[in-house]
Design a protein around this ligand. Sequence first.
Ligand SMILES: C[S@@+](CC[C@H](N)C(=O)[O-])C[C@H]1O[C@@H](n2cnc3c(N)ncnc32)[C@H](O)[C@@H]1O
Length: 289
Amino acid sequence: MTVPLLHDPAYPRLKGFLIEATGLAYYADKDGDLASRVQGRISASGAAGAAAYLGLLQEEGVGGKELEALTAELTIGETYFFRHQELFDALRDLVLPDLIGRNQQRRRLRIWSAGCATGSEPYSLAMLLKREFATQLAGWEVDILGTDINRRFLANAREGRFEDWALRALSEELKQSCFSRAEKAWILAAQYREEVSFQYHNLVRDPFPSLVDGLLLAGGGARGAQHRDLQGLSPGECSGRGSVPETPARHRARRASVWHSARAAGPERAAGLVCTAPAGAQVRCGGSP
Ligand SMILES: C[S@@+](CC[C@H](N)C(=O)[O-])C[C@H]1O[C@@H](n2cnc3c(N)ncnc32)[C@H](O)[C@@H]1O
């Protein structure tokens, strides 16, 4: 059954505006899916059709309540702990040792999980750091920032409560040692939460978060990265300047499309940012840092 909105002459303009405002290019060739989600918001808002609804969105502007409500309908928060194991392997074997080596002087590591959904990804990073790098990072300042465009996901992330589904890739040992049980939920232990914070951020429009002092971009969904700090990098450039010899870990990193650059910072402000861009998002990070 086709959605009536698809026959509305203003639909293409509305669609263009939405993709531009959210970066959700995923919907570029999924009109049925997009239109049925938008239709629900048009009815709820009382707008007469696509043109009126577009007018409402434009009048409220970015950050307006209706665009936020619509974004909550459009975003897909699929995530679980250690999703894309090959990516975490590459972080553990190659990227993090490299960053830690380069940040020895400053003794600080700042990691950004961009498009973090309900938090499994930044918390997985915290677990990886605490369990595999505790000795190297003793006395260091470590911050992991999770950002997302969906405020409801962020509120859930801050709670640190998860259902079985989010833990499906974890071994029994990891579950038992990192979580406690509260009825049907799993509560992440405080030690894996204390260095993780969450903040609203739209990758398409907002400047890089101020805590960022370098750049590392990881994640197969990073296609279309257009931020100036991402320009000219090739997937697998894991040493920032391509000086790491070929190793099995480097192979894995390439397969995971790990992108890494310390270009913005220089050696003494070496990279401390991990950005796992959401699939289909056109990462642009507008404005100046
Ligand atoms: C499929 S989830 C991936 C979550 C996590 N990175 C992972 O791989 O497990 C994609 C997330 O990106 C977020 N997202 C989509 N467009 C975004 C944008 N323009 N700015 C920030 N977050 C965005 C969505 O809200 C969603 O939570």
